[in-house]
Design a protein around this ligand. Structure first.
Ligand SMILES: Nc1ncnc2c1ncn2[C@@H]1O[C@H](COP(=O)(O)OP(=O)(O)OP(=O)(O)O)[C@@H](O)[C@H]1O
Ligand SMILES: [Mg+2]
Length: 228
């Protein structure tokens, strides 16, 4: 069953001779409970695709349907609410709030929605990603890998329908990067979390259900793999 559909998505940046076509007629359907990776050279459109899928960037053409919701016909405020409730996003830069503890950062999406954080679930996630003992630390007291796992826990805290991650290991050393990927894969296995991951790492891509390759804003290959 499809949870996300991108239909005829195009996006250009700039004007005149400086115009860049970042995405060119993308059609893509993501199944509920799948772990998909997106690969492709620098500049091929991966982040643009993820941002559009995540409700963060308005496409020039096309529709993004999350479950039955057409994201970009919604008003800004409503879109922000849908995003907070249904989509978890992890970026390359961890984007934690430095004045907040790990737990406060994780609870933020719920507080912004005036809903009560699901502490039982949050504790379960923290245990799985081996961050249970770091709840009351501030971001500056954590390693890069720990900060990224805190960001992952924040993204998962609302049990999102869709988890998007844009090169979440890009700023990390190999070992910390592996821990973040392990954490993503555990969450996929344990919660059956639908995940869309952008990575440069072909080994990680090889471990996913499906690998999509972008080139010059187009999908040039889409292959089904086997989740390890
Ligand atoms: N805000 C922007 N303004 C102008 N051009 C942009 C903007 N964002 C992206 N682009 C251009 O759109 C194209 C696709 O960019 P995108 O960031 O999606 O690539 P990417 O595949 O994520 O690359 P990387 O692997 O380096 O992160 C590139 O040519 C980029 O220069
Ligand atoms: Mg990118």
């Amino acid at each position: 069953m499809s949870i996300l559909k991108l239909e005829g998505i195009s996006k250009t940046f700039g004007k005149g001779t400086g115009m860049v076509t970042a995405l060119d007629g993308i059609n893509l359907s993501i199944d509920k409970g799948s772990f998909t990776t997106i690969i492709g050279r620098s500049g091929s459109g991966k982040s643009t695709l993820l941002n559009i899928a995540g409700g963060l960037l308005i496409p020039d053409k096309g529709q993004v349907i999350l479950e039955d919701i057409d994201l970009y016909v919604r008003k800004d405020k409503e879109l922000a609410r849908i995003r907070r409730k249904k989509i978890g996003i992890v970026f390359q830069a961890f984007n934690l709030i430095p004045e907040f503890t790990v737990l406060e950062n994780i609870c933020l999406p719920s507080y912004l929605d005036q809903s009560k954080p699901n502490m039982k679930f949050i504790d379960e996630v923290l245990e799985i990603i081996e961050m249970g003992d770091k709840k009351n630390k501030y971001p500056h007291e954590l390693s890069g890998g720990e900060q990224q796992r805190a960001a992952l826990a924040r993204a998962l805290s609302v049990k999102p329908d869709l988890l998007l991650a844009d090169e979440p290991t890009g700023n990390l050393d190999i070992k910390s990067g592996e821990q973040v990927i392990d954490a993503l894969q555990y969450c996929y296995r344990i919660f059956n979390q639908t995940t869309l991951l952008v990575t440069h790492n072909l080994e990680i891509a090889g471990q996913s259900n499906r690998v999509i390759t972008l080139q010059d804003g187009k999908i040039v290959s889409d292959s089904v793999g086997e989740m390890i």
